[in-house]
Design a binder for this molecule. Structure first.
Ligand SMILES: N[C@@H](CCC(=O)N[C@@H](CS)C(=O)NCC(=O)O)C(=O)O
Length: 197
């Protein structure tokens, strides 16, 4: 059985877990937690980058990062499922995935910066990342993901879930259309709630 090295809080891992459920692989995936900060964790031997998610196949081959893992799941399911085959729809879905993943990237950088000792912390750097979050959320609120669920929808939902987890859902007050979209997504995709920390 393939093993997903993950952490429960990781939005990238959550994207993969939701994708696996949507594609029918949820039950055939062993979830094994990883501590990315522990040099002794076998994760670093499995993925030189020491990041989650990392997928280990029965053959021992490893697959990372979350985008490649999701593509692997989609191909395994026959292709063209969460990553549509039609070129224009595919590019739109992948771009939406990049927006969701980019929210995670900026949010994580803010969190990492906040853990540095006060004198080393850069408010300019935090503001730069916060600007990405503000613009991404405004763009999504103006045009929430539409149409059948794609990997883009899953990535955005996972990113908003991460903002709920780590930033106390502060995004919600200014983005009512996106809140409504996430509620509808959660109704349509039970794996979203099932993967909540
Ligand atoms: N682009 C990667 C990002 C993965 C990532 O940054 N994961 C975080 C956890 S949310 C991590 O492993 N951080 C530990 C580290 O960077 O050393 C993906 O999509 O999988």
């Amino acid at each position: 059985m393939p093993i997903l090295r993950y952490s429960a809080a990781s939005p990238y891992a959550r994207k993969c877990r939701i994708a696996a459920e949507l594609l029918g692989f949820g039950a055939s995936l062993a979830l094994v937690g990883a501590d990315t900060t522990d040099p002794a964790d076998s994760l670093r031997a499995q993925n030189p980058l020491g990041k989650v998610p990392t997928l280990i196949l029965d053959s021992g081959e490893t697959i990372y990062d979350s985008r490649v893992i999701c593509e692997y799941f989609d191909l395994l399911a026959g292709g063209g499922k969460l990553i549509p085959a039609e070129p224009a729809v595919r590019v739109a879905a992948l771009t939406l995935q990049s927006l969701g993943d980019g929210i995670n990237d900026a949010a994580l950088l803010i969190r990492y910066e906040a853990t540095r000792p006060e004198p080393l912390r850069s408010s300019d750097w935090i503001a730069l990342q916060a600007g990405k979050l503000d613009r991404a959320l405004a763009a999504l609120d103006a045009a929430p993901p539409a149409g059948p669920v794609t990997i883009g929808h899953v990535a955005v939902a996972a990113a908003l879930g991460y903002l709920d987890l780590r930033f106390e859902g502060a995004w919600r007050a200014k983005h009512p259309a996106l809140v409504a979209w996430l509620d509808a997504f959660a109704d349509e995709v039970p794996a979203f709630e099932a993967t909540r920390l």
